[in-house]
Ligand binder design. Structure first.
Ligand code: URA
Length: 256
C-alpha cells in the first residue's frame, strides 16, 4: 500500500462527497479526528494508515503489517509469476492483500525476507542512504583465502552499472564458508563478487537485515509478524503500528 500523503480536506471531501468549505466547517465544529487527535487544520496531511473519523464514524482504518518470512530455495521474489511459486504464494490467501517485499533475493537464495504494506517503511529500509546492512552465509565451490577479505573491503568495479561496490565485510568461517555483510544490493552482487575469484557460490542464505535475524523457529516457507521490539530495532523510521500504540493510550474521543 503506498503511504503517499494527501491533504485532509481533499480526502474527506472525496469520501463524504461534500465540498472543501463543508470540510472546513466540520473542522471548526471539532467533528474531525485523525489518529485519535482533533484535527487542527484542513491543510494537514494524512497517509494510508492515518485513522480518520468524522462524527464518530470511521472513514479510514488501515492496519500496517510487518512480516518476516523464511524464503525457501526455488521461490521467486515477486508478487506474481506465471511459471514459479512466489513469495506471496507462501502466505495464506486471505493474508496477501496489499503486501509487498522489502527488497529481493535471487530464486536460488534462501533466508530472511521482509514483507509489509507500509511503503514508507520499506522505502527507508531499501534506500541506499539508509545503509541498512544485510548478512549472508555463503558456501563456495573452491577454498577461500585472506585475499578475499581485502578485495571485498576495497570494493569492486561493476562495469555494467559502472559503480564501485561499497566496502563489504567478509568473515571466513571455514575453508568453503563465509559470512558476507553488504550495505547495498546490486544485481546478483555476492555471486558477481565471488565470480571475480572464479569461485562459484553453491549456497546463499540471508541471515539478517540490520539487527533483525531470521527466526530459527521458522521453517522454509513459514512467516510471522514482527514484534514491536523487532520493529523498533530494525529501523530509525517509526513503524506506523508503534505510533498507533502510543495513540492508543490517549483519551478516547467523545462521540458527537
Ligand atoms: N547477492 C546475490 O548474488 N544474490 C542474492 O540473492 C543476494 C545477494
Amino acid at each position: 500500500m503506498p503511504s503517499k500523503r494527501t491533504r485532509l480536506d481533499r480526502f474527506i471531501s472525496a469520501k463524504l462527497t461534500i465540498n472543501r468549505r463543508g470540510v472546513k466547517l466540520m473542522l471548526a465544529q471539532n467533528r474531525i479526528w485523525v489518529d485519535g487527535c482533533l484535527a487542527i487544520s484542513v491543510q494537514q496531511t494524512i497517509d494510508a494508515f492515518s485513522f480518520v473519523q468524522v462524527d464518530g464514524q470511521t472513514l479510514q482504518d488501515n492496519q500496517p503489517r510487518y512480516l518476516m518470512l523464511h524464503k525457501p530455495i526455488g521461490v521467486v521474489s515477486a508478487t506474481k509469476d506465471d511459471q514459479h511459486r512466489t513469495i506471496l504464494d507462501l502466505l495464506p490467501e486471505n493474508q496477501r492483500a496489499g503486501l509487498h517485499m522489502v527488497g529481493r533475493l535471487d530464486r536460488y537464495t534462501s533466508g530472511l525476507m521482509l514483507l509489509t504494506n507500509d511503503g514508507r517503511w520499506s522505502r527507508h529500509l531499501t534506500a541506499p542512504e539508509s545503509k541498512v546492512s544485510k548478512t549472508y552465509h555463503v558456501t563456495l565451490q573452491n577454498p577461500l583465502n585472506e585475499d578475499y577479505i581485502s578485495a571485498f573491503q576495497q570494493g569492486m568495479h561493476f562495469a555494467y552499472e559502472d559503480i564501485i561496490t561499497r566496502p563489504a565485510q567478509l568473515q571466513i568461517l571455514s575453508e568453503f564458508d563465509a559470512l558476507v555483510t553488504l550495505q547495498e544490493g546490486k544485481y546478483h552482487q555476492i555471486k558477481r563478487m565471488f565470480g571475480r575469484f572464479r569461485n562459484p557460490v553453491v549456497k546463499l542464505h540471508r541471515q539478517s537485515i540490520g539487527n533483525l535475524a531470521l527466526d530459527p523457529a521458522l521453517a522454509p516457507g513459514e512467516s510471522r509478524a514482527l514484534s514491536q521490539q523487532e520493529l523498533k530495532h530494525i529501523s530509525t523510521v517509526h513503524p506506523r503500528c508503534e505510533i498507533a500504540s502510543e495513540l492508543a493510550s490517549l483519551p478516547v474521543q467523545p462521540t458527537l
